[in-house]
Design a protein. Structure first.
Ligand SMILES: Nc1nc2c(ncn2[C@@H]2O[C@H](COP(=O)(O)OP(=O)(O)OP(=O)(O)O)[C@@H](O)[C@H]2O)c(=O)[nH]1
Ligand SMILES: [Mg+2]
Lengths: 111, 720
């Protein structure tokens, strides 16, 4: 499932899309290799978004509209106990997500 | 909600006539209502959590050029493609297809300067829809304090629309904003801002043209529908952003074209859903790089420090529990003194009237019906004020969203949506705004579950009932030397409501409202110092609402009840016999067999019947009938509580109330559905009678069963 999505993303930059997105951050295919899902990051961890899964669902749309787009920087601020929601910092504000939703977002931690 | 289809996406229409209104839109919690209030002089609710405004509200503002214009305050939204009922209202009004609302001539877009990138998403979307926009760059004070400097001239140039810095809470920039709204510069944006891959751009433009030609849409609507058609996947055609009130697009030829366009883009490897969003954010990033500079820390240090404690994995939970306990105990204890004061006032008023008027029906009506009945309810004003004091501090500080964050796991366990927390907490004040607040919940089923359980949260109308019974029957006693038993009993009633609500949520979720995925995506705003002025305003408003209800509805019911309990006249009867023979007494006797297993006699039955429409009426009813049935002089300064304690059946000598009766009554009121306004609002929000009927039925069964069990159990262990 994930591989499928990722290949879709890798194709994108090659589709002749003009420049501006590049300023959002690097979008090289190789990034996705080391990507982990957002919910697996520890509190304080962060990185760059490489893909948002969940194929065209309203949730995916909403996450992107809220600024979780490919190339944006995300930091996990804290995680609520007992598998509760996580708080993230994105585009200078704070957002809380349930873990199942965070699982759909893949992050390149740059390591 | 008005869900009627309104195909008025069309050009022309009702756009002539008077000056078109200005719609106030923006992200949730960006300060729209604060700006709306500053411009119109109105006092709509402002608070520090997303989703405060859930209806459209109109007001008038006088502009510097002397003209008067209608402003429409709207719920917040992150995008013109809505995900929840409240967002739908905002986008439909902006697109000019909300029922019975003229197309706005201009949009005042409120942008949070301290959260610029995400706020510009909606702003640029409006611009790209070619809707005339004026931007209020609000919270400029917060941005400055956080070391964010914005080149406003440059920003306005980049966006191609007027940008005015404001700080709505202090009134800064409001005159300039008014001038800009009046000004000839109508904010008609020159060009589209976001950049799309060429293929997507081409398909979008073609489709827009088709929609204009075939359906005669206004340009904004044509653009909106084109993007919507292109970005949604065929199978999910009407989930993402397709509003139910949008006109049906069913032209075969057009749909075929849409399909070809989608296939073409898919073939090129363009992600149709993300392409429109990412293109926009990329552009916003460019704009921000030109216009925004940050120095030093982004100003969330204090907020973060607070969060480290308040959302701490251990402390956070304990603090939340402690806050709730203090709130419920506090509401009972702190208000006690002023309450006694008011009671004394009404007692002496009754005494004065008795002394000055000749005996007779009129005096009786005034003393026993009006003063005792209405007075019994008005006594509880201090508690209502105390409750709203606590709630408005929670709402204004930003703590609400944190509480939702901490409690989300529990909510999820019973299948509730994360956002359900805020409507439920709001229902402690009143279930009606609580039920309205469920509009922020995306999924219809999750919203319904929340609506069904919100009336179980103990609202302020139960407060007088609880207080009266606790003060009369629960002893003054300090557990461990510091925890007041009376206050704890109060807290226990709230806990009972919460536990039952969670249990019912689980039940509904497993039966009638089965659903799968639950999401919880919620913004956590920074903490803000609650403003004493706005807290004072809320307390004043709520106090007045309560008094007004006491002076109208409760007064009316009290007068009717007095008649029913004084007639038909029985010659030579004792007051007790008179009450028993009256219409009210007979009604009480009639239902007595049904309520006796719960421990309630016919006198309490009168109270239950009287309060069918509104819970507070129980208190005024008790005020009236225990004034009548008493052997001694009602004017003798014996409090209602004492009269209730002393009251006994003259034949059997059994007391009307025992401690067990009091507890059972409180449980009955905690769980039963005795509020017609709530039923009415559920009917309105669900557009039908099905859910209100289910609500009444399940709550009545729940209340009856539970009260019965507690009463019988209590008798077994020798209480009562
Ligand atoms: N410091 C500061 N606070 C502000 C300003 N404008 C609004 N606030 C505060 O921000 C919070 C949100 O304000 P609201 O007016 O309720 O926001 P809204 O956009 O109407 O929110 P929703 O109705 O939930 O969409 C409140 O706590 C306000 O007191 C401002 O310019 N400066
Ligand atoms: Mg508002």
């Amino acid at each position: 499932m994930f591989t499928l999505l990722i290949t879709k993303k890798i194709m994108k930059p090659e589709s002749g899309k003009p420049g501006p997105d590049r300023t959002d951050g690097p979008r090289i295919a190789g990034d996705t290799n080391g990507a982990v899902s957002l919910d697996s990051l520890p509190g304080g961890g962060g990185g760059t978004v490489t893909s948002i899964g969940g194929d065209s669902t309203p949730l995916r749309q909403r996450l992107m509209e809220l600024g979780i787009t490919i190339g944006s920087d995300i930091r996990v601020v804290r995680k609520a106990p007992f598998g509760g929601p996580i708080e993230i910092a994105v585009r200078g504000y704070r957002l809380s997500l349930r873990r199942a939703e965070a699982r759909t977002v893949m992050i390149d931690t740059g390591v | 909600m008005a869900g009627g289809r309104n195909p008025d996406g069309r050009a022309g229409g009702a756009s002539g006539g008077p000056i078109p209104p200005i719609a106030v839109v923006g992200n949730p919690n960006s300060g729209k209502t604060a700006i709306f209030n500053a411009l119109t002089g109105l006092r709509q609710k402002v608070a520090n959590y997303p989703g405060v405004t859930i209806e459209k509200k109109e007001g008038r503002a006088r502009l510097p050029d002397g003209s008067e214009v209608v402003l429409i305050d709207l719920p917040g939204t992150y995008s013109l493609f809505p995900h929840s009922p409240d967002e739908l209202i905002a986008s439909e009004v902006v697109l000019g297809r909300y029922p019975a609302t003229p197309v706005p001539g201009k949009v005042l877009c409120v942008v949070d300067a301290s959260n610029l990138e995400r706020n510009l998403y909606l702003a640029t979307q409006l611009i790209d829809h070619r809707i005339p926009v004026v931007i209020a760059l609000n919270m400029i004070d917060v941005a400055e304090a956080g070391g964010i400097t914005i080149d406003i001239g440059r920003l306005s140039e980049e966006l191609g629309v007027p940008v005015l810095p404001t700080a709505a809470s202090s009134g800064r920039g409001i005159p300039e904003l008014k001038a800009a709204l009046a000004g000839g510069a109508n904010g008609e944006p020159a060009a589209r801002l976001f950049e799309l891959p060429e293929a997507a751009q081409r398909e979008c433009t073609l489709l827009e043209g088709e929609l204009l030609r075939l359906y005669g849409f206004r340009p904004a609507v044509a653009h909106h529908e084109a993007v919507s058609l292109l970005s949604s996947s065929p199978e999910a055609a009407d989930t993402t952003g397709r509003s139910p009130s949008a006109p049906a697009i069913n032209d075969e030829e057009l749909l075929a074209r849409v399909k070809t366009a989608r296939d073409k883009l898919d073939f090129l490897g363009i992600d149709r859903q993300s392409v429109f969003i990412e293109g926009r954010y990329a552009r916003i990033r460019q704009i921000c790089e030109k216009c925004v500079s940050t120095n030093g820390f982004a100003g969330r240090r204090l907020s973060d420090a607070l969060d480290r404690v308040l959302t701490h994995r251990v402390w956070g939970f304990l603090i939340f529990m402690a806050l709730m306990t203090v709130m419920f105990i506090g509401v009972f204890t702190w208000a006690e003194y002023p309450m006694q004061f008011i009671t004394a006032g009404f007692d002496s008023l009754g005494a004065i009237v008795s002394d000055t008027m000749p005996p007779g029906d009129l005096r009786d009506l005034l003393v026993r019906g009006v003063i005792a009945g209405v007075g019994a309810v008005v006594t509880f004003v201090p508690q209502i004020l105390a409750l709203f004091f606590f709630i408005s501090i929670l709402e204004d500080s930003g703590y609400m969203s944190r509480a939702a964050f901490i409690m989300d796991k529990v909510m999820g366990k019973v299948g509730l949506h994360g956002k359900a927390f805020i409507p439920l907490l709001g229902s402690f004040a009143c279930a009606i705004p609580g039920i309205m607040a469920t509009r922020t919940i995306e999924s219809g089923k999750d919203r319904m579950v929340t609506m069904m359980i919100a009336p179980l949260m103990s609202c302020s109308a139960r407060l007088p009932v609880y207080t009266l019974l606790i003060a009369a029957f629960i002893p003054h006693y300090l557990i461990l030397g510091f925890l007041p038993l009376q206050g704890l009993t109060m807290a226990a009633m709230y806990v009972l409501g919460i536990v039952m609500a969670l249990a019912m949520a689980l039940l509904f979720k497993k039966t009638l409202l089965r659903g799968k995925k639950l999401s919880f995506v919620m913004e956590l705003p920074p903490y803000r110092m609650p403003s004493p002025r706005s807290i004072g305003m809320i307390m004043l408003d709520r106090g007045l609402v309560f008094l007004k209800n006491a002076g109208t509805f409760i007064l009316g019911v009290s007068i009717i009840l007095w008649f029913l309990s004084a007639y038909p006249k029985v010659d030579g009867a004792t007051p007790q016999e008179q009450l028993e023979q009256s219409y009210a007494g007979r009604a009480g006797k009639l239902i007595e067999p049904a309520i006796l297993p719960l421990g309630f006699n016919w006198k309490i039955g009168i109270g239950l019947i009287g309060s069918l429409l509104q819970r507070e009426v129980f208190v005024s009813t008790m005020g009236t009938i225990f004034n009548i049935g008493n052997d001694g002089d009602p004017e003798s300064g014996v409090s209602l509580q004492e009269r209730m304690v002393r009251d006994r059946d003259p034949e059997t000598g059994v007391n009307s109330f025992s401690v067990l009766t009091a507890i059972c009554l409180m449980i009955w009121y905690a769980l039963s559905m005795q509020c017609m306004s709530t039923v009415a609002i559920v009917r309105r929000e669900t557009a039908g009678w099905k859910w209100p009927v289910i609500l009444i039925a399940y709550m009545t069964i729940l209340a009856y069963t539970f009260t019965f069990l507690v009463h019988q159990g209590g008798l077994l262990i020798g209480m009562g």
